[in-house]
Design a protein. Sequence first.
Lengths: 156, 285
Amino acid sequence: MNLNATLFAQLVVFLILAWFTMKFVWPPIMKALDERAGKIADGLAAADKAKTDLAHAEKKAAEELRKARESAAEFRSGAEKQVAQLLEEARTEAARIISAAREAAEAEAGTASQRAKEALREHVATLAVAGAERILRREINAQAHAELLTQLKSEL
Amino acid sequence: MAAEHAPNASEYIVHHLTHLNSLGHKQAALVDWTVYHLDTLFWSVSLGLLAVLILARAAAKATSGVPGRFQAAVEILVEMVESQSKSIVHGDRSFIAPLALTVFVWIFFMNAMDLLPLDALPNIWAWIFGVAGHDASHAYMRVVPTADLNATLGMSLGVLLLCLYYNVKIKGFGGWMHELFTAPFGSHPLLYPVNFAMQMIEFVAKTVSHGMRLFGNMYAGELIFMLIALMGAAWAGTAGSGLLWLGGVFAGTVWAIFHILIITLQAFIFMMLTLVYIGQAHESH
């Protein structure tokens, strides 16, 4: 246990080794550590983002599905409504056509009976004239008595 | 031992505690600045180079990708030192943190020399010494540099110099002078000498205790290994000496295992105190 110049030599060696470590050992290791920490942080952030993206996409898909279902239902009810409407229109149309046909038939029947009546009137007038002619045994001028006959005709 | 007669216990221990120095014989004066301990210098420089080269190898291959086991081990060490230095030293740590890493690894390596078989390296050296034509019984070799007060005080003196440097760097020369005379008792002309004396005592006590603590632990540990070796060497073919031999094996095992803790702990304590003292130089009183 003696003190001697070893002490100062040791001091110098100590400082040189520390300097060497500072220069060549510490910076690369710290750089690698910091870079790795950065990479891990990035990876974690990316994983987080992927997770939220996935949740977002799932939500969106569910939303789309719901919308599709809704629109399909809407289509179906629209189609049903349209069918009902068409059916209703067809019924109305059919009813209209039937009533129109009936009206037309009625009108035609009326006209025919009118015409029959007219014809009958004519016939009656002629018969009456012929009857009167025979009764009066004389010729009756049809023209001279047309007014009388027309009056008679309208009275029938 | 290649000598004709086996050394007795006292001779064995004295031989083991004698340094290989530049004189060729034991240093007579307590303090002699012209003498070097060649064994301490050789082993501390070799182990220091080994330590920094291992670290430099890890640093050269360091990637930010997946680390191998070796890189991961060095990184654990670096992270430990970094977090300790960050919590203790507030300021620029670009030199201080690497310094702490060097201190820890280097001192651990030097302490770990204690775990090598006690007589292995000295006997190899005695053989070389004898082959070189010298008296092998005067082949001295101490392989644990931290069991040499010069080595530990040299390092604690280095820490003291750094403390002084950082005191001036952080506080300015004027600020530091002001602190030397006004802390810890306060700013009053009557208190200046007391404050200054306290500061000087503090610096001396810190430095001496820093070096002495490591030296004392390693010296005592080495001495106990020698005593255990002597116990084992007492075997002489009788039943009683056989028990002593067994005791030597047992005690040697127990002490070596316990010493693994001590060498790590002492390296860690030296590093922590280095950080604490340099950290104090960063704080104003």
